[in-house]
Design a protein around this ligand. Structure first.
Ligand SMILES: C[S@@+](CC[C@H](N)C(=O)[O-])C[C@H]1O[C@@H](n2cnc3c(N)ncnc32)[C@H](O)[C@@H]1O
Length: 333
């Protein structure tokens, strides 16, 4: 007889329980944000029944949702009513500087892609996945652009600005700059710098919201344009592509060449993205992002930068970031 009592390994059980059903907490959080639990409870605690009435929810649904959000540490109950915990109040109530709700809702928008992952792995056809956000979907575009701000303002933009060396630079081109958060951080770190955030015009209303909320509209300017345009302007001291060079492709190689053309001699090109280790495996953040869209391998990125004429290509360490910063220079002075 083999004893069943010799089998349990709590550490392994814990790891697999987190991975097996990790999407469950993710969905509970996404739905909590989507239906508006946290702003509804901000400054106004309520029973699950009252919350259901306020938000037009099924009372049983509200009860289960509040119970799960409490177990996740996002709500607390004092015997009478639910209220937001400090964590939820700081990050899940719209208008807070470190609000995460757009990022969480954007995660909900991407959920359909991940639920089809098995088919993609079996059959390929990666190119068939519809573009996200779909052209013309203003709600999804808003969530997407503000999600980029949520992610970057929580530390990634500051990490890039602190790692960058743009002393003396005056003109930065932030290609596909989205909400402009990286430009804001770089301009605040380097007082002589002004940035042009070049992105599709339909993203501008959301970028304007972000840039004006930091009072940076005089130094962070929006420019409507596509990376498909041949000419992005000339004589920039620096070009930034943050989360814009997702994986090796002809389009991304063309973007690298256009960055080179937009720079003055001696100008710097900063690439910030999920980048896969030279051995093609990990880190986990980049391996996962490779499913979501695609991710460059470090060596391929370096090779494409050199092929476009850049020199002094090097990875720059970032503190507490799941992403990689690669910096290089257009030759000359
Ligand atoms: C993943 S977001 C990155 C935003 C920002 N750079 C960051 O790191 O937070 C990609 C950006 O590329 C922009 N984009 C998509 N297609 C584009 C195009 N054809 N030309 C210029 N920008 C484009 C999107 O609107 C979005 O702002």
């Amino acid at each position: 007889m083999r004893s069943i009592f010799e089998e349990p390994n709590p550490r392994v059980t814990d790891i697999f329980e987190r991975w097996e059903q990790g999407y469950q907490v993710s969905r509970v959080l996404q739905v909590g944000v989507e239906v508006g639990v946290f702003p509804a409870l901000s400054g106004s605690p309520a029973s699950a029944g009252d919350l259901a009435q306020r938000l037009g929810l099924d009372p049983e649904g509200a009860r289960k949702l509040c119970a799960a959000l409490t177990a996740m540490g996002l709500l607390e109950h004092d015997g009478h009513a639910y209220r937001n915990t400090e964590l939820a109040e700081a990050h899940l109530v719209p208008g807070r500087p470190l609000y995460r709700g757009d990022g969480i809702e954007h995660g909900g928008d991407l959920y359909f892609r991940w639920s089809g992952l098995g088919n993609l792995v079996r059959e390929g056809r990666w190119g068939d996945t519809p573009a996200h956000p779909a052209p013309g979907d203003a709600g999804a575009t808003r969530r997407f652009i503000l999600a980029m701000h949520n992610y970057s303002v929580a530390g990634r933009a500051q990490a890039v600005a602190l790692a960058a060396d743009l002393d003396g630079a005056r003109r930065l081109l932030d290609l596909g700059g989205g909400p402009g958060t990286y430009s804001i951080a770089l301009c605040q770190r380097f007082p002589g710098l002004e940035a042009t955030v070049r992105d599709l015009a339909h993203t501008h209303p959301y970028a304007r919201e972000v840039i004006e909320s930091y009072g940076m509209q005089d130094r962070v300017r929006l420019e409507a344009g596509s990376w498909d345009d041949e000419d992005w302007g000339r004589d920039y001291d620096a070009v930034l592509m943050s989360n814009v060079l997702h994986g090796r492709s002809e389009l991304n190689q063309a973007k690298v060449r256009r960055a080179h053309a937009a720079l003055r001699a001696g100008g710097q090109f900063l690439v910030h993205d999920f980048v896969v280790n030279p051995d093609g495996r990990g880190p986990l953040s980049a391996a996962l992002f490779d499913f979501n869209v695609a991710a460059y391998r470090f060596d391929d990125l370096v090779a494409d930068l050199r092929a476009a004429g850049f020199t002094d290509v090097r990875g720059v360490p970032l503190t507490d970031s799941p992403q990689t910063l690669v910096v290089c220079r257009k030759p000359g002075t």
